[in-house]
Design a protein around this ligand. Sequence first.
Ligand code: FMN
Length: 333
Amino acid sequence: MEDRKKDHIDLAFSSRTDQSMVDNRFEYEPLLGTHQNKDISFSLAGKKMTLPIWVSSMTGGTQRAGLINRNLAQACAEFGMGMGLGSCRILLDSPEYFDDFNVRPIMGNDVPLFANIGICQLEQMLDDKSTDKLDELVHKLQADGMVVHINPMQEAFQPEGDLLKTPAIELLQQFIETTELKLIVKEVGQGFGKESLRQLLQMPFESIEFGALGGTNFSLVELNRSKPLAAEVYNPFIHIGHTADNMTLTINALLKDLNARDVNVKSLIISGGISSLLDGYYLTQVSELPALFGMGSAFLRHSMGKYDKLQEYVQNLSNGLQLANNFLRIKAD
Ligand SMILES: Cc1cc2nc3c(=O)[nH]c(=O)nc-3n(C[C@H](O)[C@H](O)[C@H](O)COP(=O)(O)O)c2cc1C
């Protein structure tokens, strides 16, 4: 007790807040909440997540990926989160990497797990009529469905990238007509504009994952790998796109325009640049469609070493989300 009182005196001067930093998105209601955990669970693909946070699709097929995926899967099992695997393309040609992706035995069956494939690979498979390989993959991974990532900018900037011959929306429509798989569609760091969202909302996806602008941007990752001249010319493209705030509001506006029965998407995974849980919490509360939030790089940062570090991070996220849910209300406009 004496130490604590001494700390208070020592730390008081360095613990003053700046009035210009007030977060005006919330009403803080200290009288109205408790510290008791509430049920904040979220259903996706028929599975229940007790902690409504999504581990965005990341890695596989390199030596470090196995450890990262196993850590992430363990956190999903312990805290009740869902997870998208990184692109599983490599597994179609090189099954020796299967163990890097084989996280279901660690995650258990209660939480959602999605495999992942790029739209350009899907185009090739639709052309060859070999999309049944994706069903096999999902089955082998004991996943609940498939994430299709839409990344035309990234592919264009990648020296070895694949180029689309058909617009992605038509490929998705063709795929929906041929598959029974549950599908999530996502971008990889630049989000989706209004017309893309309008069309996606009317298709039967489990979820649209934003992969919005403002966080990791895979077009920039590719530019950083490319030759200096290409990087110089293409650089302005990496600032094009839509933030998670912008996309949430656009979707809310589209829901007003669209007939309720034309909206076939069940939920949103708000991701891309969500670096604080309050950003994620805020947008899930503002969203008119049921929504959870997802993070990529924030999880990656804590999952490269021992599990304890990731465990502590996710425990804090979980406690923080309960605090937000108990004591914060979204401010009316
Ligand atoms: C190391 C790394 C690898 C990624 N690989 C994939 C991938 O294979 N497929 C995919 O759909 N997205 C991939 N992403 C994008 C993420 O799913 C997510 O959209 C992006 O990281 C934005 O989230 P963030 O700002 O929280 O990092 C990757 C992201 C990272 C950081």
